[in-house]
Ligand binder design. Structure first.
Ligand SMILES: Cc1cc2nc3c(=O)[nH]c(=O)nc-3n(C[C@H](O)[C@H](O)[C@H](O)COP(=O)(O)OP(=O)(O)OC[C@H]3O[C@@H](n4cnc5c(N)ncnc54)[C@H](O)[C@@H]3O)c2cc1C
Ligand code: FES
Length: 242
């Protein structure tokens, strides 16, 4: 983990309220890790946690949705602006231990931490399921990995009409990875537990420190309270109390 002041190489809008920011970094992150990021100037004090969307040769990519004050400020930052990164943080995916065919299931901005993971996996053994309410984003980047990609939108404007969870035949998979709205992840975790499939979920909680010190981000597990920033954000679905 390092505290790094660096510069934005690119920050552009890719869909309604969705932005893609590329920054230079000296860190080498693992898939599933995140950075606490903040601009050097502005009127907010706390950094915001944003996942590693992609990484290649010193270039780190974030995919983020404008949610409130902090992310709105990120969206207004220009190329060459200075930005502060603390990270990489969190446990990340232990992807080398994945066995058999893997399903990667992302919903909405929950697709963000999954691209870099898919790039590390064997594309022949990986199926990606991406669900969106209406407008889609990042889909072409997932297709470029060579994995099989299926898309669902609630309004039917791309891919199948309906929920992404309706596209999945769980019996094909040994491992399922998910990130997205809580209701989607709960449904997926329940299905996997019933069918005895390994399931990992990338969780989100509001964070203040990002390094395990403030206990502001705890989630309940069968092993007691765990800090999403330090013990996660990746958890075994079977450990979560949902
Ligand atoms: C480990 C981790 C990785 C993340 N990765 C990404 C990512 O790659 N891309 C991305 O777009 N977002 C990501 N997020 C969510 C992102 O951090 C929040 O959207 C952001 O911090 C909100 O800050 P804000 O100042 O824009 O909004 P605020 O003004 O702080 O909040 C706006 C609204 O969002 C709610 N909110 C804020 N944070 C969260 C949260 N963590 N979970 C649920 N609701 C929240 C608030 O209650 C409020 O209603 C991640 C969060 C975590 C914990
Ligand atoms: S954000 Fe402080 S312990 Fe997790």
């Amino acid at each position: 983990m390092r505290n790094e002041t660096t510069i934005i190489l690119n920050n552009s809008q890719v869909a309604d309220d969705i932005f893609r920011m590329t920054v230079k970094t000296k860190s080498i992150p693992q898939p599933g890790q995140f950075f606490m990021i903040k601009g050097l100037y502005g009127d907010y004090l706390l950094p915001r946690p944003i996942s590693v969307h992609d990484y290649d040769d010193g270039k780190l990519v974030f995919l983020y949705r404008v949610n409130g004050h902090g992310t709105k400020m990120f969206s207004e930052m220009k190329q060459e602006s200075a930005i502060q990164l603390l990270g990489p943080l969190g446990n990340g995916f232990d992807y080398e231990s994945f066995q058999g065919k893997t399903a990667i299931i992302g919903g909405g901005i929950g697709v963000a931490p999954l691209l870099y993971l898919v790039k590390k996996l064997d594309s022949k053994n990986t199926d990606v399921f991406l669900g969106f309410k209406d407008e889609v984003y990042a889909v072409d980047d997932f297709i470029r990995t060579g994995a099989t990609v299926k898309v669902a939108t609630e309004d039917g404007r791309a891919g199948e009409k309906g929920y992404v969870t309706d596209l999945i035949d769980y019996s094909k998979y040994k491992t399922v990875i998910t990130c997205g709205p809580e209701v989607m992840m709960k449904k997926i975790i329940k299905s996997c537990i019933e069918k005895k499939i390994n399931v990992l979920a990338s969780l989100e909680e509001r964070m203040a420190c990002g390094v395990g010190a403030c206990l502001g981000c705890v989630t309940k597990t069968i092993h007691g309270n765990k800090r999403v920033c330090k013990d996660g954000p990746i958890f075994d679905g079977r450990d979560l109390i949902i």
